[in-house]
Ligand binder design. Structure first.
Ligand code: GLC
Length: 451
């Protein structure tokens, strides 16, 4: 009897400890509660992604270890020489804020497995490189001080951890099952799963409020990895229990699980319409690079122009989504001059035009976009924004809208745009009279104040 109750006590204590670390259930919430939890994010519309790690040294793509099939030994020189002596995240945060960005997501660990923080669970971390400090701590403090919401990207993939099995996306990928079996002998993914949980616990416990966690990424199937390999549900439960308000991406392979993700992540694509899941519009964010790589890539030259980048942002908002725009800092710890130029140009536009971005979304279907324009709409102020992608010759017509419009002005300088209505069957058309000279604004915006 006695031993039985002691046994029971131990069991309950054990269960208690277990339930404290990873809860049994994902928290339940209604659609409305979820929208409320995500409101700051859907209002923000514009964030900064930062891909920074050892791959900044080779400076030829963050997948360089994979692309060039490097071993840990071959990659080690980057660890030994990692010394970003000019790292000053307050400068990064200022540039992000001035560009108009409201949140930030930094790669705490990318696929290479290197950790920017002082993790207790590995030696493969910034504190053991020449720079010798926790880079995450300064990052969090700097961006928070500028008023941005702070997030982490955490790679599920890990090309360095000894228990992470070689798979089809690994630098040491193989041709045959027997080769995989030989290389993976003795590796134990359950240890890797525990490692990830320990690290996520560190990241979401030691750095104050963390608003976003971006897990990346799943590739289920033969020689791939998915939810069971990661224990995706366990990771998510842990994240939500440590940071109840946290916003989570959709790359844990939990698309069909209720509460398994918050937003979808079209990568490097311009979506044709507001993305849906099971026939319902869902929160979404497109992540995009300035040029073709996430990590710093010295010789990559396909940099998008400020106008193209602004169009990406406006286009996203016009379809109800966010833009997470990526910077790949150099191995000295600075933003590349090309990134700086573009952030500046975007900030110049945002300074005068951010009212058409923050708090805005897709315009109601009753408003028809004139040719070469993108519409956004603020449902609270009930203002419609017409973005002039190609500056027209003198006039723009808002079809079938005369009965809906009170006043029109340029957004950047609040100067009146006069209008007339059409005649006969065009009576309800509004003909806006624009100055011939394009205002000195990359993409001019008309602010339409509705009745
Ligand atoms: C990817 C890539 C990656 C990048 C990410 C950003 O799936 O593996 O290098 O971090 O997407 O969305």
């Amino acid at each position: 009897m006695k031993t039985k109750s002691i046994g029971f006590a131990i069991l309950t204590a054990g269960l208690l400890i277990f339930s404290q670390t990873v809860p049994a259930q994902l928290p339940k919430e209604t659609e409305a509660q979820k929208m409320q939890r995500m409101l700051w994010w859907t209002d923000a519309r514009f964030g900064m992604f930062i891909h920074w790690g050892l791959y900044a040294l080779p400076a030829r793509h963050e997948w360089v270890k994979n692309r060039e099939r490097m071993t840990n030994e071959q990659y080690q020189k980057y660890f030994e020489n990692f010394n970003p002596d000019l790292y000053n995240p307050r400068e990064w945060a200022k540039m992000a804020k001035e560009a108009g960005m409201k949140y930030v997501v930094l790669t705490a660990k990318h696929h290479e497995g290197f950790c920017l923080w002082d993790s207790k669970y590995t030696d493969y971390k910034a504190t053991n490189t020449p720079i010798g400090k926790d880079l995450i701590k300064e990052y969090v403090e700097a961006f928070r001080a500028e008023g941005l919401k702070v997030g982490f990207y955490y790679s599920l993939i890990d090309w360095h951890h000894p228990d992470y099995t070689i798979d089809s996306r690994h630098p040491l990928r193989q041709e045959s099952d027997t080769a995989y079996a030989r290389l993976n002998k003795g590796k134990d993914m359950s240890r890797y799963r525990a490692y990830m949980k320990n690290q996520v616990r560190e990241l979401l416990t030691n750095y104050g409020e963390i608003s976003i966690i971006w897990f990346d990424f799943s590739f289920p199937g033969k020689n791939g990895k998915g939810r069971d390999d990661w224990d995706s549900e366990g990771l998510l439960k842990l994240a939500r229990s440590l940071q109840p308000g946290i916003i989570v991406d959709d790359r844990l392979d939990l698309k069909d699980v209720e509460g398994g993700w918050d937003f979808t992540t079209p990568e490097q694509v311009k979506v044709a319409k507001w993305p849906e899941y099971n026939g319902k519009k869902v929160p979404w964010e497109t992540c995009q690079t300035f040029s073709g790589s996430w990590g710093y890539y010295r010789d990559e030259t396909t940099w998008k122009s400020p106008a193209q980048l602004l169009e990406l942002l406006i286009e996203s908002v016009s379809k109800g989504g966010n833009l997470l725009l990526n910077v790949g800092p150099t191995a000295r710890g600075t933003f590349d001059y090309r990134a700086q130029e573009r952030l500046k140009a975007m900030g110049e536009w945002m300074k005068y035009n951010n009212r058409s971005v923050y708090g805005c979304t897709e315009a109601p279907a009753e408003f028809k976009a004139p040719a070469n324009t993108l519409l956004t709409y603020n449902p609270v102020t009930k203002r419609l924004y017409v973005h002039l992608l190609a500056y027209p010759m003198g006039a723009v017509t808002l079809e079938d809208m005369a009965d809906k419009v009170k006043y029109v002005q340029f957004l950047h300088d609040a100067s009146e745009i006069r209008f007339t209505t059409g005649s006969n069957e065009f009576k309800n058309n509004l003909n806006l009279q624009l100055p011939v000279l394009k205002p000195p604004v990359e993409i001019p915006v008309l602010e339409v104040i509705l009745k």
